[in-house]
Design a protein around this ligand. Structure first.
Ligand code: FE2
Length: 219
């Protein structure tokens, strides 16, 4: 298994991207500092899709490098992993009616691709009292340069907390908790200026199964 650093270094080479480690500042004489925009989060995933990009392979590799918990790595590496563990955690655009301005509706595990539909669950012994839902979703325009990224937070399920900027909706007419919570729609905030047809990167975190990265087109 490779570690996170070697994965990132290889990623940098394969994409031609430059990964800058944050500088450590010390007290004392003022020091010249690089513009904040030049400091890139070393854990940040791809900003754009290379030609022929494979979301399943990318997320498996990134997951094995530590962005998916060790306890779930057997599942992602199993024969059923592409559809049942990795595909189940990739976002897709559900067919919904109107969505509030400034938000994008997404669900996880596209049934049209044969992926398992991602469940959602309250904190319980079954999930070590962690809960099972996406607690953050980051959306930014898919481009290499600096651009705004918005993070939506979801601190609880089936309802969000007052301070959360993300929101839930239900696919279909039923209760959000029905069918293992699989009908939960996530409403994630998107940066101003994005319009229909724009490509975005979605970087999101499942409380029990780690981080996943995908690219979607704003509907
Ligand atoms: Fe999950």
């Amino acid at each position: 298994m490779q570690d996170r650093r070697s994965f990132l270094q290889r990623l940098a080479l394969s994409t031609g991207a430059v990964i800058l480690m944050p500088a450590v500042s010390r007290c004392g004489a003022p020091q010249a500092s690089a513009p904040a925009a030049a400091v890139r989060d070393p854990n940040e995933p791809l900003r754009t899709e290379p030609a022929g990009w494979d979301a399943i392979a990318y997320n498996r590799e990134r997951g094995n490098a530590g962005f998916i918990p060790a306890t779930y790595q057997a599942a992602i590496n199993a024969e059923s992993g592409p559809k049942e563990a990795l595909g189940k955690h990739l976002p897709y655009l559900p067919e919904v009616g109107s969505v509030p301005a400034g938000f994008m509706a997404m669900m996880w595990g596209d049934p049209s691709k044969g992926h398992g539909r991602h469940p959602n669950a309250v904190k319980s012994e079954a999930n070590n009292q962690v809960g099972h839902w996406y607690d953050w979703i980051r959306v930014r325009r898919a481009e290499e340069g600096e651009t705004e990224e918005l993070q939506s937070s979801f601190s609880d399920w089936p309802g969000t907390a007052a301070a959360d900027n993300g929101a839930y909706a239900v696919f279909g007419e039923g209760d959000i908790t029905a069918d293992g919570g699989k009908n939960t729609i996530y409403l994630a905030a998107i940066p101003a200026g994005l319009k229909s047809g724009d490509r975005v990167r979605v970087w999101a975190h499942c409380l029990t199964h780690g981080e996943y990265v995908a690219f979607l087109t704003v509907p």
